[in-house]
Design a protein around this ligand. Structure first.
Ligand code: DQA
Length: 148
C-alpha cells in the first residue's frame, strides 16, 4: 500500500530547532527510518515537509487519487490553527494518525487544542521521533487487519 507522511511548518529545522524540546534527530533521519520500515514491510512511503499550508492541502487532495491508504501527519503549528488542513483530511476520507514530538498538553495553553485529534485514528505525543515509528507500526497493523 501507499503511505504518506506529512510534516508541517518549521519541522525542516528539526535537529537544530529548540533541541531541548524537539531533540537532535533530523527530519531526513526520521523520514529515512520510516521509509526503511515501510519498504521492509512491502509498502511504499512518500513524505513531504512544507511551511506552507496550501502545499499541504494540495498534497492531501492529491492523495485522494494516488492510492494513498493512510497518512501520518505532524501538523506542527497548524495543529492549533488550520481549519483548512482539517477540512482537507475530512474531505479525502483517508485514515490518518496525528503525531507530535513534544507533548503539547504539557506546554502553553494555546497548544492544548488540536483541529485534528477528533478525526484521527490515533494521536501520539511526547515520544520524540519514536512517535513516528509507533504510528507507522500502528498504521501497518491496521492495513494488515483491514486487508485480511
Ligand atoms: C509539534 C507541537 C506544536 O505545538 C508545535 O507548533 C510544533 C511541533 C510537535 O511535534 O511537538 O511545531 O507539532
Amino acid at each position: 500500500a501507499k503511505l504518506l507522511v506529512l510534516h508541517g511548518p518549521n519541522l525542516n529545522l528539526l535537529g537544530e530547532r529548540e533541541p531541548e524540546i524537539y531533540g537532535r534527530t533530523t527530519l531526513a533521519e526520521i523520514d529515512a527510518e520510516l521509509r526503511g520500515i515501510a519498504d521492509t514491510a512491502g509498502h511504499e512511503l512518500d513524505s513531504l515537509q512544507s511551511n506552507a499550508e496550501h502545499v499541504l492541502v494540495d498534497r492531501i487532495q492529491a492523495a485522494r487519487s494516488d492510492g494513498t491508504a493512510v497518512i501520518l501527519i505532524n501538523p506542527a503549528a497548524f495543529t492549533h490553527t488550520s481549519v483548512a488542513l482539517r477540512d482537507a483530511l475530512a474531505a479525502v476520507e483517508i485514515p490518518f494518525y496525528e503525531i507530535h514530538l513534544s507533548n503539547p498538553h504539557a506546554r502553553e495553553p494555546f497548544r492544548h487544542a488540536s483541529y485534528f485529534s477528533d478525526l484521527a485514528v490515533g494521536v501520539i505525543a511526547g515520544l520524540g521521533p519514536a512517535g513516528y515509528r509507533c504510528a507507522l507500526d500502528a498504521a501497518l497493523r491496521r492495513l494488515a487487519a483491514t486487508r485480511a
